[in-house]
Each structure stands twice: as structure tokens, then as C-alpha cells.
Ligand binder design. Structure first.
Ligand SMILES: [Zn+2]
Length: 173
């Protein structure tokens, strides 16, 4: 079954759903079809367009930081599969807490980064300042588009324009 891309009212990609659930949203007037596939969707009595990309009519607020669990794969993808300290992509990658857990640092998107094993070892139980290291960019909660890319093994062509508008290129690595 072809998955359907769901966009927020702001056109930001939110998630991926089934054709059936997408159709229900459209049927109830909660979403509009932006892209459809060249085939009809049959119900008992009538036919509808086959949804491929839909957009919610009302904006949905997404509490990002709490919504998405941290996984190594998502973290590494967020950071472009590179160490945030030295920039290498060649070493074994690890998860590093910017403020160490022993110092009260939380396991939240804003406090975890991708570090190569040597940098992680060098930093040890210290803060970035104490270790005299530098973050190439501050860690942030990733946009939903990252998880869409990680979830869909192959991104359908019809989704591409909607994803690329929200910086989808990074997770392709
Ligand atoms: Zn490194």
C-alpha cells in the first residue's frame, strides 16, 4: 500500500499515514488533497481521488522535543553523519551528552550530539568549555521531515517538492 504524506496547514511535513486514514481526513473535511495518484479510490457507492500528499486544514501544534524519541540513527542523521566537534565522518560515531549526565545534563535533543569515538573519549566527563572543544552548530530538535525520511525507505517523487522545501537533503546521506 502506498503511504500518504501528511502536511501541516503551514505545508510543513508532519508524518506518513495510510491511504485509508488519509481518505477519512479528507472525507471529514479535515484535510485537502494536494497530490493524487492516477487511479481512483473506490468505496461501495462512489469513487474518490487516491491521496498521495494531503494538507491539514487546521494548523496542528507539534511539541517536538517530547514527541520524538532519541535514537542513534535519527541523531546521526540530524547531524549529517558527522562528528559535531571535529567534523569527521570516518570514525565510529557515538552519542555524546553536551552537558554530561553526571553534571545533570538531560537526554533531550538539545543536549545530545553525534561525536566520533576519539572526540567523545577526549571530552570525557567534562563540559565543552572545560574540554576546550567547540560545537560546529548547536543541537536542536530535528524537524518532522527527518523522521519521514528515516521511515520511508524510498521517497516517492510526488513528495519530493514538499520535503525539499523543509531541508530534506541532509538525511539522504
Ligand atoms: Zn570528532
Amino acid at each position: 500500500m502506498e503511504p500518504v504524506l501528511v502536511l501541516n496547514a503551514s505545508y510543513e511535513p508532519l508524518n506518513v499515514t495510510t491511504v485509508r486514514r488519509a481518505h477519512v481526513l479528507v472525507f471529514k473535511g479535515k484535510a485537502e488533497v494536494l497530490e493524487k495518484l492516477e487511479r481512483p479510490l473506490h468505496s461501495a457507492t462512489t469513487t474518490y481521488p487516491w491521496p498521495h500528499v494531503i494538507r491539514l486544514v487546521r494548523y496542528v501544534r507539534v511539541p517536538r522535543a517530547v514527541q520524538r524519541k532519541i535514537s542513534r540513527r535519527a541523531l546521526f542523521a540530524r547531524d549529517g553523519w558527522r562528528c559535531v566537534y571535529c567534523g569527521t565522518a570516518a570514525s565510529r560515531l557515538t552519542l555524546d551528552h553536551v552537558v554530561p549526565r553526571s553534571r545533570g545534563g538531560d537526554s533531550v535533543w538539545e543536549n545530545v550530539v553525534t561525536a566520533c569515538a576519539p572526540c567523545n573519549h577526549r571530552k570525557g566527563d567534562r563540559t565543552v568549555e572545560e574540554a576546550m572543544m567547540e560545537l560546529r552548530f548547536p543541537p536542536r530538535a530535528p524537524a518532522p521531515v527527518l523522521f519521514i525520511q528515516l521511515a520511508a525507505p524510498k521517497i516517492p517523487d510526488g513528495w519530493q517538492p514538499y520535503l525539499s522545501a523543509f531541508g530534506a537533503a541532509t538525511a539522504a546521506a
